[in-house]
Write a protein that binds this ligand. Structure first.
Ligand code: CU
Length: 314
């Protein structure tokens, strides 16, 4: 886990606001230092272990899950490793800052800091915005920031949580022309072709797990760079859907929900029966090139799955 140390999200509270009497269910705002290193390295994109030369946050695709609470102040540091060949930057969709200064690119060997308050609860995309942005996203520089509501009762309690980030994979990561022409080879969840689908790829060893009756919360991001996703749980129905993950944006009992590039949603799923659902982008050329995630509902589900650090299955 060489790169694990490169990502330091110490959730130590450096400063705390004063909680008002009568608001015991609300989290106390804190300052959260988050440091992520831009790392250019080979990364696997399928279950066989085939690799491509990725540009990454933290050495992994997708980048590390950043998780804070509504009202927190994020003190962000981007370190562009000296060994890299390209400039990189960070664009948090959860931030309201200055695109010219805060989201500006830094050269290899340089560091950039900016601060923002996570004013809105929800699920938000983050990505590199350096030129050409289409290539920096397509090569793997994307991830999720989850901003939990400060009111702990704002959402129904989830029994398990999973992150799914959809993106298009290009055979040749240097071919910017193919990216502009949308000539991708695969649609992927969490950076892997059929990563969680042993039905379409016998070499898949991972899938999502839960028990029947449990509320499973999917934090979904569409990294793109170009394609929309019509997210559908085959053999299930989305119990609740929250566009951008905001508890105030609730919709009920949807079969599919469309999430454009650069957008995100929180989707809850409950299976009343044992068995499986297959979460897919219902655009068939996306599903059948890799954007399928099987979720198994069983009383034997691993008690650790979909909890704590296991919400993004690596
Ligand atoms: Cu970049």
């Amino acid at each position: 886990m060489k790169y694990k140390k490169l990502f330091n999200a110490s959730f130590a509270a450096l400063a705390a606001s004063v909680a008002l009497p009568g608001f015991h269910a609300e989290a106390v705002a804190k300052t959260v230092p988050v440091t992520i290193h831009a790392v250019e390295k080979d990364v696997a994109y399928d279950n066989k272990g085939s690799t491509y030369h990725a540009w990454t946050f933290g050495g992994v695709v997708p980048g590390p899950v950043v998780r804070v609470t509504e009202g927190d102040t994020v003190e962000f540091t981007l370190v562009n490793e000296e060994s890299n060949k390209n400039s990189h930057s960070m664009d948090f969709h959860a931030a309201r800052v200055d695109v010219m200064t805060d989201f500006d690119s830094v050269k290899p060997g340089e560091t950039k800091k900016f601060t923002f308050t996570a004013d809105n609860p929800g699920v938000f995309f983050y990505h590199c915005g350096s030129d050409p942005m289409i290539q920096h996203i397509a090569r793997g520089m994307y991830g999720v920031i989850i901003v939990d509501p400060k009111d702990e009762n704002a959402l129904p309690k989830a029994d398990r949580e999973y992150v799914l980030i959809q993106a298009e994979h290009y055979e040749n990561p240097d071919d910017k022309t193919a990216m502009m022409k949308n000539q991708w080879s695969n649609a992927v969840f969490n950076g892997g072709v059929f990563k969680y689908d042993p039905v379409h790829d016998p070499e898949a060893t991972r899938w999502l797990q839960a028990k029947p009756g449990e509320r499973v919360r999917i934090y979904f991001v569409n990294a793109g760079p170009n394609e929309f996703s019509s997210l559908h749980p085959i053999a299930g129905i989305w119990e609740n859907v929250y566009p951008s993950g905001n508890p105030k944006n609730v919709q009920y009992a949807l079969q599919s929900y469309t999430i454009g590039p650069g957008d995100a949603a929180t989707l809850d799923l409950i299976s009343p029966v044992a068995g499986a659902n297959a979460i897919v982008d219902h655009a068939m050329n996306h599903a059948l090139t890799g954007a399928i995630a099987v979720i198994m509902f069983s009383d034997d589900a691993d008690p650790e799955a979909g909890k704590g650090d296991n919400i993004l299955v690596r």
